[in-house]
Design a binder for this molecule. Structure first.
Ligand code: FES
Length: 476
């Protein structure tokens, strides 16, 4: 095999397709079903409006770096447009404007600066007071030629095109070890794949430490419902904290609105379900929607200096990573496929240096780096010393998960709706922090680097590779 690609989301599938198109033999290894990871939770904005403002990118990466960030995002949107056309993919790809709007004078002052930074780096950006939203705003940064699509329809078509000509797509194939070398060895629960190169397209890298001090995991939420009044197709972002966004979507000819945001650090919210309530309130108060028929949440990985890490992993010869996409996973996931496939093929890539995982941008990352890693160190110690939620099975209601202390040891106990109980170790198999219960998703989430486990301890997403071991249930 030429390349083993771990992860069947947008970054993995795009990398696989671009390498296959160039004549390489690839194998995609997906732990569950394809698109079941963070790609399956996306709200799919294809945009040059990145989570890090262009005023900040110019300051931290210089005019040239900020230009490249903008032009690479544009290139990713055009890559999707070209694949939609060349593979005749019916995924509702459409060009729409994006608006970042201000509701207060203070937000407006920052926004005016951002308009001029966006224009400076080459976006088709302007300031407007004419924002097609059904509530008053002070003004907005408007960017032309952004895009919406149905990510699942697009990616299923891409996945269909991968098997054949020596290429494979393996689902339900969990990777347990990755060995760099010539060749590399990827050990899965179903056998070992040898390859000249390995790509970890796994939201967050699988290695033990190297990148994780520069990556911070956040939960994000979305709700959707049928529109009961007009809302112009587009992408809309507010400037608040926690922030919200709005986008339109046609579903079987019915116009829907999707509202997302209310992000928080993994493990930092006791009642994750309350974030859905907050989003639903926001949607009903601001938009012509009465019934929110869908809700889901996902995980985003924030990079320390504001841009993703894409390229050969630090200290590795043939292992590549693609991570830290913030809230722009579809755009950066596509870009990751472009950059990593260029690097593996030995092509000159205009964006590779900007996104190199080994780059050092102390000015850009220092504040968050210190704060976020202090938080990890705090969690590592504090959660071990924290008082348990109880001592008895009776302290855990059906449908809940709690940390109990039994015979001097902490156990993570979950009870199904019918009362059946499961007990696992609360110690995350990545680097040993204690997991927290996520009541909205019914999962055990690790606050340190975002590892997630099912109620019975199965790995849902990395960086952890091993399940949480079972523990003896408390007697009563
Ligand atoms: S300790 Fe790193 S994800 Fe849990």
């Amino acid at each position: 095999m030429d390349v083993a690609i771990i992860g069947g989301g947008i970054a993995g599938l795009t990398t696989a397709w671009l390498l296959k198109r160039a004549g390489k033999k690839v194998a995609v290894l997906e732990m569950h079903r394809i698109l079941s990871g963070q790609t399956g939770q996306t709200t799919a904005h294809l945009t040059e409006l990145l989570d890090t403002p262009y005023t900040t990118l110019i300051q931290d990466f210089g005019d040239k770096g900020a230009h490249l960030a903008a032009s690479s995002s544009r290139a990713a949107i055009e890559q999707i447009a070209s694949l939609v056309e060349s593979l005749s993919i019916d995924c509702g790809f459409s060009r729409v404007p994006a608006f970042k709007y201000a509701r207060t004078d203070r937000e407006l002052r920052d926004l005016v600066l951002e308009v001029s930074a966006a224009r400076q780096v080459g976006l088709l950006a302007s300031f407007t007071k004419d924002v097609p939203l059904p509530f008053p705003v002070k003004g907005a940064l408007r960017v032309e030629d952004q895009a919406l699509f149905h990510p699942r329809e697009y990616l299923l078509a891409l996945a269909d095109a991968i098997p054949g000509d020596g290429c494979h797509l393996f689902e339900n194939t969990k990777v347990v070890e990755v060995h760099d070398g010539a060749p590399c060895r990827v050990v899965t629960e179903r056998g070992t794949v040898t390859a000249q190169a390995v790509v970890e397209a796994t939201t967050t890298p699988l290695n033990r430490v190297a990148m994780h001090t520069k990556l911070y995991a956040y939960r994000t939420y979305a709700v959707a419902g049928p529109l009961e009044g007009p809302l112009e197709a587009g992408q809309y972002y507010d400037s608040q904290e926690p922030y919200h966004y709005i986008r339109t979507q046609q579903v079987d000819g019915v116009p829907y609105v999707i509202v997302g945001g209310e992000d928080h650090k993994v493990g930092a919210e006791e009642d994750t379900a309350s974030r859905f309530t907050a989003l639903e309130d926001y949607a009903v108060r601001h938009l012509p929607v009465k019934r929110l028929t869908h809700r889901w949440s996902g995980q985003i990985i924030e990079p320390a200096d504001g841009l993703p890490f894409i390229g050969r992993n630090v200290g590795r010869r043939h292992v590549y990573v693609a991570t830290g996409f913030s809230g722009t996973g579809m755009t950066f996931g596509t870009l990751a496929g472009m950059v990593v496939s260029d690097l593996i093929l030995g092509n000159e890539d205009p964006y590779a240096a900007l996104y190199a995982p080994g780059r050092v941008k102390p000015k850009a990352s220092a504040k968050d780096f210190i704060q976020e890693n202090a938080d990890v160190a705090f969690r590592f110690v504090a959660d071990r010393l924290a008082r348990p939620d109880g001592h008895h099975l009776a302290d855990v209601a059906p449908g809940e998960g709690k940390i109990l202390e039994v015979e001097g040891h902490k156990v993570a106990v979950y009870r199904e709706d019918d009362g059946t109980a499961h007990a696992v170790s609360p110690v995350c198999t990545h680097l040993g922090c204690h997991v927290h219960w996520n009541n909205a998703e019914r999962s055990w989430d690790c606050p340190c680097h975002g590892g997630r486990f099912s109620p019975t301890g199965r790995v849902l997403n990395g960086p952890a590779l091993k399940d949480l071991p079972s523990r003896k249930l408390p007697v009563k």
